[in-house]
Design a protein around this ligand. Structure first.
Ligand code: FAD
Length: 477
């Protein structure tokens, strides 16, 4: 028998547990009495062009190092190739395969159009690439309506997703057994690109698993009631790990169903709401595959092409920096800028404020989020922004404009979240914090008050009516 080596190419699945592609690579090598290698490709220029946040790059680097250690214990060496662009992949990968005499490459499939095109091209060019569907619990295309098409509305998608999942055993795949004696401790891998420390986040598969277990043991039952309050630790904070595939959605779903087996069918299950959020993740990823134009920042609803955005640079800058004069918006943006993460309720509030109150194109906000988020993820980010702007599928209607004052008093009633990020207004009354003093139009963008906090940059009632008028371009018929 000829010995044949295999390669596991890690992309958005930086884990050894529940990684069927890794298991397949190990099995291939075993069957053909060959060796297994592993690869990660770093593309700094591509990342810069696509605005991947420096904090997320740092988080990836930490995980690639941890992955190298876990793989070394399994007897698998992880190599890192530094390329400039995706388009350099074919030449570099071909050289690498030749150099290591590799006969088969295994990887998890990815939903984004550039990645799908790259993989299709590699296969066309003769790279022996075998893609496994491991990005979601159910593969894109498996959840379709009676005509075989992808759903455009979440609720029927979720219903179908649950009915299929009910009939399947959701079992994460164990990490492979060692294929060779453990290797020496790998050398530190350093990415030569712009990074920002992600140290405030624990890293690693073990950390992700611990967060999941702890969340399910003590928080998931309160999730429904607490998830909208940014001052509370009411959500799992697993998104940075899910975005890199340090933990899989299947691991999360399997763990929820182990504790709450009724969650798929019983609407009163304490875990129902959290499970739904994981299904939102799948919904947006399936949408990306079904509608590739979403990856290209196009409006899902083509009527959105007719919106005349104001795109005022000065106002956009104020929004980015957390100086709109609306404390709930500003505290949220400062949370994003300082920590690389933002609470989901606040993502909706700031996205609505930017696209509706300020009438700035959702693509500007989506891009800014990508530049800052540790959990930046094209599918969820695009889905969230288009939902907020009203241009997406299953979107918030254009005439529903979040009132920042109501959102503030409802979801941060004692203003403790706001005060944490805007200490300069900590002495204000709670009422003043929730309802920035009404201003005359000529006061907008006036000098900050004596605590250095700006006056509101836009007046709510006027902005709401203006948004409804401009966004009525989205009205059908
Ligand atoms: P939990 O509430 O504990 O939910 C568990 C997991 O479910 C999350 O980690 C996430 O993977 C998934 N999830 C939860 N809510 C959503 C949702 N609405 N859409 C898709 N998946 C969801 N999420 C990202 O991971 N990356 C992004 O770039 C991103 N951008 C967003 C932009 C906007 C404008 C909006 C409104 C939402 C965005 N979201 C994004 C979704 C959501 O805000 C985050 O997933 C969530 O806040 C992460 O916190 P958590 O892990 O504590 O979530």
């Amino acid at each position: 028998m000829i010995n044949m080596n295999s390669l596991m190419w890690f992309r958005q699945d930086l884990r050894v547990a529940d990684n069927p592609a890794l298991v397949a690579a190990c099995e291939f090598a075993k069957q053909h009495q060959g060796n297994v290698r592993a690869l990660y490709i770093v593309t700094p220029q591509q990342w810069a062009q696509h605005d991947v946040a420096p904090i997320q790059i740092d988080f990836i680097e930490r995980h690639v190092n941890l992955l190298a250690q876990s793989l070394a214990a399994l007897g698998i060496a992880l190599d890192v190739l530094h390329l400039h662009w995706f388009s350099d992949t074919h030449a570099a990968l071909s050289d690498y395969l030749q150099q290591h005499n590799i006969s088969a490459v295994f990887a998890g499939s990815e939903p984004e159009i550039n990645e799908r095109r790259r993989d299709a091209l590699l296969i066309e060019q003769g790279v022996p690439l075998r893609l496994l569907e491991q990005d979601c619990v159910l593969a894109a295309g498996d959840v379709s309506n009676l005509s075989g098409d992808m759903y455009k509305v979440f609720t029927p998608f979720a219903k179908k997703w649950k009915s299929i999942t009910c009939q399947r055993a959701i079992l994460p795949v164990a990490a492979p057994a060692p294929v060779a004696p453990a290797l020496a401790q790998p050398e530190a891998i350093v990415f030569e690109c712009n990074k920002r420390s992600s140290e405030q986040w624990a890293a690693g598969e073990g950390a992700a698993k611990r967060i999941l277990d702890q969340f399910l043991a003590s928080q998931v039952a309160d999730y429904q009631n607490e998830r909208d309050f940014p001052a509370l630790e009411g959500t799992s904070r697993l998104s940075p790990f899910l975005a890199l595939g340090v933990i899989s959605s299947r691991q999360c779903v399997a763990a929820v169903l182990t504790r709450y087996p009724e969650a798929l069918v019983d609407d009163t299950s304490p875990a129902k709401t959290w499970l739904n959020e994981l299904i939102w993740r799948e919904f947006y990823r399936h949408l990306l595959v079904a509608f590739p134009r979403l990856s290209m920042a196009q409006n899902f609803n083509e009527l959105g092409d007719g919106i005349v955005w104001r795109n005022n640079l000065e106002e956009f800058q104020a929004w980015c920096e957390g100086r709109t004069g609306y404390p709930i918006v500003d505290a949220a943006m400062r949370q994003l800028n300082q920590t690389g993460w933002m609470h989901n309720r606040l993502r909706m509030v700031v996205a609505s404020f930017l696209t509706k109150h300020l009438l700035v194109d959702w693509r500007w906000g989506e891009r800014y989020f990508r530049q800052q988020l540790i959990d930046g993820d094209l599918a969820a980010n695009n889905g969230g922004w288009q939902w907020s702007a009203g241009t997406g599928c299953d979107a918030q209607p254009y005439f529903r404009v979040f009132n920042p004052m109501t959102q503030s008093s409802k979801f941060d009633p004692d203003a403790s979240f706001i005060k944490r990020y805007i200490p300069e207004i900590a002495s204000w009354s709670i009422k003043d914090i929730h309802e920035p003093k009404s201003v005359n139009m000529h006061d907008l963008f006036a000098q900050p008050d004596n605590q250095g906090y700006p006056k509101p940059i836009v007046e709510h009632k006027m902005a709401r009516l203006r948004a409804i008028e401009v966004l009525s371009a989205l009205k059908r018929g």
